[in-house]
Design a binder for this molecule. Structure first.
Ligand SMILES: [Zn+2]
Length: 399
């Protein structure tokens, strides 16, 4: 851990990994850990992603006993979708099978590992959804004092799946946007490691999504990787993962990275369309894809810089196409949350506009489980047939 540095993604200032820094101390833009170059993957190790990809992490110890079995999720080929949308191949990276049913567990595990190596006993996060549940669960597993800061008006159906892990839950009243910086300030003062959406080790954890896709395609990576994008930590991590494997000589090219957003909250896609490298706050955000409804993403500027550097794409999709894609995915056996369906909706849009050709291959990241947001059932006409048992034969005889 000691020799790698934290580098500011905007001004290039460097800092030590011995410090728990979330943002650049000079310009407040996000920090990134120096790249890891290695050909070393421990392919015998199948249960712990941080052991399997040990050469790509700065950890000194193995920290066994912290894992809940995060990562190593399936990459499914979807030939029926590929045929329907006229592309060579479509992959679905199923992150819903993580321990708390979303990709967040990878970054949480990496951040807790770092927190413990630095000697922290208190951790926390700011979230009302996937990340809150993830940090509460992994904090419980590690036996750390865990504080989750949530919105003051959070409904109980969102609060209870976090509260069950017995973390300290604080409803913070007032301007929710202020909580990100305020938590970092208070964390520094009182020794609480706040593992918010785009802190460096959360980004490092997301690298493993890219590593797994490389291995699962036998290093013949897809042309496009489409990622539902909110704060920007996950997409940054996935891009960094591909970049490290590319620079290590493990893959022939870096896939084109696609930031997929909902039209109802698309600060990154909107800036991208304007050719701007700076996000603006998205006014009146509203989308069924709640998990990616962030009007002012903390890594927004860095996502724009990254897309610019590697000729990536940002795209926003309609509410209608999100619902439609969620049903399509369920129709092939994957019930994902609306935010995850944004990746398939984006693929369809990019195919329609010709950005993805019929000869190309694409992977969609399915970030979290549909059971995270069951209120969506109200949007669909879900019904069962009904009959007397004596009449059952009549029904079943009809094909
Ligand atoms: Zn800086």
């Amino acid at each position: 851990m000691l020799e790698k540095k934290l580098i500011c993604t905007a001004c290039g200032s460097t800092f030590s990994l011995r410090e728990n820094l979330a943002r650049c101390q000079k310009c407040r833009e996000p920090l990134e850990i120096e790249e890891f170059i290695s050909k070393n993957i421990d392919t015998e190790e199948r249960s712990d992603i941080f052991k399997r990809y040990k050469s790509f992490f700065p950890f000194q110890s193995s920290c066994s006993g912290l894992s809940l079995g995060e990562g190593m999720t399936p990459l499914l080929s979807a030939p029926s979708f590929a045929e329907k949308y006229g592309v060579k191949e479509i992959f679905l990276k199923n992150e819903t099978v993580n321990p708390t049913w979303s990709f967040k567990d990878r970054g949480t595990a990496a951040s807790i590992h770092h927190a413990i190596e630095l000697g922290f006993r208190r951790i926390g996060t700011v979230s009302t959804g996937n990340m809150a549940a993830s940090v509460a669960a992994f904090g419980a597993r590690a036996g750390l004092e865990t504080t989750i800061l949530v919105k003051g008006d959070i409904p109980s159906e969102k609060l209870n799946p976090v509260a069950i892990y017995n973390a300290r839950l604080i409803k913070a009243l007032g301007d929710y946007d202020r909580l990100y910086e305020e938590s970092l300030r208070l964390g520094e003062r009182y020794g609480i490691y706040f593992m918010n959406s785009d802190v460096p080790f959360r980004v490092e954890g997301s690298k493993t999504i890219a590593f797994e896709i490389c291995e699962q395609t036998e290093f013949n990576v897809p042309d496009f990787v489409i990622i539902p994008t909110s704060a920007g930590g996950n997409i940054r991590g996935i891009e960094k993962g591909f970049r490290e494997f590319y620079k290590s000589g493990l893959i022939p090219h870096i896939p084109t990275i696609v930031a997929a957003q909902a039209e109802g909250c698309a600060p990154i896609a909107r800036a991208y369309e304007k050719n701007s490298l700076t996000i603006e706050r998205f006014p009146n955000p509203h989308t069924v894809a709640h998990a990616i409804e962030n009007p002012f993403p903390p890594s927004g500027n860095q996502v724009l810089r990254m897309l610019h550097r590697q000729r990536g794409v940002a795209v926003a999709v309609s509410e209608e196409s999100i619902y439609e894609s969620q049903l399509e995915l369920a129709g092939m056996g994957l019930f994902v949350q609306p935010a995850s369906a944004v990746s398939l909706a984006a693929l369809k849009k990019l195919r329609q506009t010709g950005s993805i050709s019929s000869e190309q291959r694409a992977a969609c990241i399915l970030t979290g489980s549909g059971l995270k947001y069951t209120a969506v059932f109200d949007a669909y006409n879900l019904n069962a047939e009904e009959c007397l048992i004596d009449d059952l034969e009549k029904l079943l005889a009809v094909k």
